[in-house]
Design a protein around this ligand. Structure first.
Ligand SMILES: [Zn+2]
Length: 296
């Protein structure tokens, strides 16, 4: 099976160089203008962290501008950013003063890195600006913006299961957590960041297709759960450096996924129309896609 092995070409990026344009959570649009997806998954957040790290780490903040009520008077100027890391879909920007800026893109959030002297555009959408002598990182429509002591980060991310792209990735622990609720539909369980952190709606749908598993199958009845977890991790890993998600191995527009975003169109394997339906309560991942013939 050719899974996500080829490099991405000719794909509208959703994230750019630190000095480039918007590091958006929005996925590529196909040639038809169809929106493939709008919610960043773990790989996109990982890439965003890397871009922010490149622009901020090792530099002293000359200005911070928190445009959220709770931190409207906060001022991190004078603090040196030590690093930005991702934990699942959360971003943690740490300073040498022992503070962490915790942000989450949620549905519509994005980061843009621009030269420090440039005037930031899109004012009403800005939630946070971090500026050093060279760059400014501008956070748009972020779902979470908060400052907390680095020592208390667990308050923000302690609930997360093992991070598929993290240094502490632990597939056995992820499996243990998934199995703890055996009656839960596997499509819901894979999205629950408390089980394993980083899978969004696209990886959920594609992993289940590739494993031939119906999204509504109870976790306890899924055979090869460990293999499924391993596949999901490899899919994120294979896509993390690129702007967009490919699970089919094809870089051509409209051929990136097996079932995700393809409701009503023929399954690439068997021709049966791909189905879609709401599943679960997660506002970031309600619609699931599957082939009723290939998945059981
Ligand atoms: Zn099929």
């Amino acid at each position: 099976m050719n899974v996500a092995t080829r490099p991405l070409l000719g794909h509208q990026p959703h994230i750019h160089e630190p000095w480039g344009r918007e590091a958006s959570g929005q996925r590529a649009r196909g040639g038809s203008g169809r929106r493939l997806a709008g919610v960043p998954e773990g790989d996109a957040v990982w890439l965003t962290a890397r871009r922010l790290h490149a622009a901020l780490a090792g530099r002293v903040l000359t200005r911070s501008d928190f445009r959220v009520p709770r931190f409207a008077t906060a001022d991190l100027s004078g603090q040196q950013v030590t690093e930005t890391v991702s934990r699942g879909k959360h971003l943690l920007t740490r300073t040498d003063a022992g503070m962490t800026v915790h942000t989450h893109l949620r549905m519509d959030g994005s980061w843009r890195v621009r030269p420090a002297a440039e005037r930031a555009s899109g004012g009403h959408r800005i939630r946070l600006i971090l500026v050093n002598d060279t760059w400014q990182a501008i956070g748009y429509l972020l779902g979470i913006v908060e400052i907390l002591p680095t020592a208390a980060e667990q308050r923000a991310v302690g609930h997360l299961g093992p991070d598929l792209l993290g240094p502490d990735w632990d597939p056995a622990e992820a499996e243990r957590r998934l199995r703890a609720d055996p009656a839960r539909p596997v499509g819901e369980a894979l999205l629950d960041q408390r089980n394993l952190a980083g899978i969004g709606n696209i990886y959920k749908a594609e992993t289940l297709f590739l494993r031939g598993v119906d999204p509504w199958r109870p976790v306890g009845e899924v055979t090869g759960l460990a293999a499924m977890i391993g596949l999901a991790q490899r899919l994120l890993e294979a896509n993390k450096e690129r702007a967009g998600i490919i699970t089919t191995g094809s870089t051509r527009r409209g051929e990136e996924t097996w079932v995700y975003g393809r409701a009503g169109r023929p399954c690439r394997r068997c021709g049966t129309p791909v189905r879609s339906a709401d599943q679960g309560r997660d506002p970031e991942g309600r619609i699931t896609y599957w082939c009723p013939s290939c998945q059981s």
